[in-house]
Design a protein. Structure first.
Length: 495
C-alpha cells in the first residue's frame, strides 16, 4: 500500500502566469513551444495550490489549472464534468500520432540511437541494491509507440498500487469519463416502505444523504405519508465484503452502500479507522436525517431489496468517473479503485465481486491490444499480492492514455500525482533533483515491493511513458529514491 498522503505545502508563487511560473522554476530556457505546452499542464497545479489544498486536484485544482492554461492558449483541454457539454477532452499535446506496435523491441527503429543512450544511463541505475532482488523497466515514446528501453519488460511482477492504472483505464473503456454512480431511494407502491439503494459510490457523503432525505420526505409527504418502514439494499455487489488482506485501515469492507468510504473520522484520504458495517451505518444516518425531515422511520433500517414495483423518489449521482479516477490515482485511493473494478464488472455483465472484476478488467484491457501474458488482476487496488503486472503493460497503458484516438482515457494522465506537488508524490522530488513538476507518476508500495509508473517530458520534447518495478526491497525509502532517480534521469535528458 502507498504511504499516507501528505498535503503539499503552498509554494510562494503568488499569481504568476504559466509562463512566469515556468521561468521562476528555470524551465523555460531551452524548451520548445511544444514542450512548454506539455510541461505547463503540470506546472498549472502550482497556480491552483490553494484550491488544491481545499478541494483536491480532481475538483477544481489540477484540472482547472490545466483548463485555464489551455484556454489562455486558445485551445481546449481537460475533461468536461457537465454531461451536456458537447466537447470531449482534447488530445494530449504530446501525442500527434496513433500509437502502434507497443511491443516493438528497443533496438527496432528507435530514433537516433536513443535506445542505446538510455541503456547506458538506466542500466547502472537499475543495479542499485536498493531496488532489491528483481526489477523491470520499460520506457515508451508516446508519440510513436516505440519502446525506447526495456529490461525484464515482460516479467510479471507484483505492481502494488500501480495496478490502479489498469483498473482506471478499464473502467473508462467500459463506462466512459462521464458515467456517474447512482444512489437511489425507492418507495413501495403504497409509499409505506422506502429503500435506500446503494449503487457502489464510495464517495457518498452526509451532505448527499441529507439531500436524499429531504427529497424523499418531500415526495412522501406529498403522498400523505409521514411514517415508513426503512430498508437498505446492497444487492448491487456480491461476494465477500472483506478484501483478502482482511480488516485494514487502508480499505473499508466492500459494499454497494457506504458514506465517506466507511471512515470513522473526518479524513478524506489516507489510512483511517473504518466501519465494520458501512452499509448499516449509512442507512442509520439516512434514517436519522429522514426523521429530522419529518418522516418517522420507526425502529430503524433493516437490510432488504427494494420491491419490484417500487418507484424512485430521490437520487444522487456521484462525480463523473473522470473525477473519481483522478482522485483514486492522485491519492492512491483503494476504496475508489475497488469500486471502479466492480463498476467495470457491472458494465460487462459480470458479478460485482473480486472474480467478476478480474474478468471484466482483463477483458477491457484486451480491447486495447496490450500485452497481457502472465498478467493477473486479482483486485482493483493493488493491495493483493497475487496481482501480477508487467512493466510493458503499465507503460503501454500510459501510452494509450496519451493516444488522440482514446480521449476518453485522458483523466488517467491528469490524475497522476505531480512530483513535488500533489498526492503520493507531494513529499518526493523536493530536492534539486530536476524532477519537481516535470514527472507525473503513480506510486506503489507494499512490504518488499516498490514501483513507479508515469510520464515525463524530456528536453528533446518527447512525452515518455515509463514503468519501473522492484521487488525484494528491504529499505522502502532507499527504493523510492532509486526509482525517483530513474524518472529524474529521463526528465534531465541524460540520454
Amino acid at each position: 500500500m502507498d504511504d499516507p498522503v501528505k498535503r503539499p505545502s503552498v509554494k510562494p508563487f503568488g499569481k504568476l502566469s504559466g509562463a512566469a511560473l515556468t521561468d521562476r522554476l528555470g524551465l523555460r530556457n531551452g524548451l520548445s513551444d511544444w514542450q512548454f505546452t506539455a510541461v505547463s499542464a503540470t506546472l498549472g497545479l502550482a497556480l491552483a495550490a490553494g484550491v488544491v489544498l481545499a478541494a483536491g486536484p480532481w475538483d477544481s485544482g489540477q484540472r482547472k489549472a490545466e483548463q485555464d492554461w489551455a484556454a489562455a492558449r486558445g485551445g481546449t483541454g481537460g475533461v468536461h464534468h457537465d454531461p451536456d457539454a458537447p466537447a470531449g477532452p482534447a488530445p494530449a499535446p504530446s501525442a500527434p500520432a496513433v500509437l502502434a506496435a507497443l511491443g516493438t523491441a528497443a533496438d527496432r527503429g528507435a530514433p537516433d540511437g536513443v535506445a542505446e543512450r538510455l541503456g547506458s544511463v538506466l542500466d547502472p541505475l537499475l543495479k542499485d541494491p536498493a531496488l532489491g532482488t528483481r526489477h523491470s523497466a520499460v520506457v515508451i515514446d508516446t508519440a510513436t509507440g516505440r519502446r525506447l528501453y526495456g529490461k525484464g519488460a515482460d516479467a510479471p511482477m507484483t505492481p502494488a498500487s500501480t495496478v490502479k492504472i489498469a483498473t482506471t483505464v478499464a473502467a473508462l473503456t467500459a463506462l466512459g469519463p462521464d458515467h456517474r454512480i447512482p444512489t437511489a431511494v425507492r418507495a413501495s407502491a403504497d409509499s409505506r416502505t422506502v429503500t435506500l439503494v446503494g449503487g457502489g459510490d464510495p464517495t457518498l457523503d452526509r451532505a448527499a444523504l441529507r439531500t436524499l432525505a429531504a427529497d424523499t420526505a418531500r415526495a412522501l409527504k406529498g403522498a400523505g405519508v409521514r411514517e415508513v418502514r426503512l430498508r437498505y439494499d446492497t444487492s448491487g455487489y456480491s461476494g465477500p465484503a472483506l478484501h483478502p488482506i482482511g480488516p485494514n485501515e487502508n480499505i473499508a469492507p466492500l459494499s454497494a452502500l457506504m458514506v465517506n468510504e466507511g471512515r470513522l473520522d473526518e479524513t478524506a484520504s489516507g489510512p483511517a479507522e473504518r466501519s465494520t458495517d458501512p452499509a448499516r451505518d449509512a442507512a442509520d444516518a439516512f434514517g436519522e436525517l429522514l426523521d429530522k425531515a419529518g418522516v418517522d422511520t420507526g425502529s430503524g433500517p433493516e437490510a432488504g431489496r427494494a420491491a419490484a414495483k417500487s418507484r424512485t423518489v430521490a437520487k444522487h449521482l456521484s462525480a463523473p468517473l473522470s473525477g473519481l479516477i483522478e482522485r483514486a490515482l492522485t491519492n492512491s485511493d483503494n476504496d475508489i479503485a475497488e469500486a471502479l473494478a466492480r463498476q467495470t464488472a457491472l458494465a460487462s455483465g459480470e458479478p460485482a465481486d473480486f472474480a467478476g472484476g478480474r474478468r471484466a478488467v482483463t477483458a477491457q484491457l484486451k480491447k486495447l491490444k496490450l500485452p497481457l501474458k502472465g498478467v493477473v488482476l486479482a483486485d482493483g487496488s493493488g493491495l493483493d499480492r497475487h496481482d501480477k503486472v508487467t512493466a510493458a503493460l503499465l507503460a503501454g497503458l500510459l501510452a494509450r492514455t496519451a493516444d488522440p484516438d482514446h480521449p476518453e482515457l485522458r483523466s488517467v494522465l491528469s490524475g497522476l500525482p505531480v512530483a513535488g506537488f500533489s498526492g503520493t508524490l507531494s513529499g518526493r522530488y523536493t530536492t534539486k533533483s530536476g524532477g519537481t513538476g516535470l514527472i507525473r507518476a503513480k506510486t506503489g508500495t507494499l512490504t518488499g515491493v516498490n514501483t513507479l509508473a508515469g510520464t515525463v517530458v524530456d528536453p528533446q520534447g518527447r512525452l515518455l511513458a515509463f514503468a519501473f518495478l522492484a521487488s525484494g526491497t528491504t529499505d522502502p525509502s532507499a527504493a523510492q529514491s532509486a526509482l525517483d532517480s530513474l524518472a529524474t534521469t529521463l526528465a534531465a535528458g541524460k540520454h
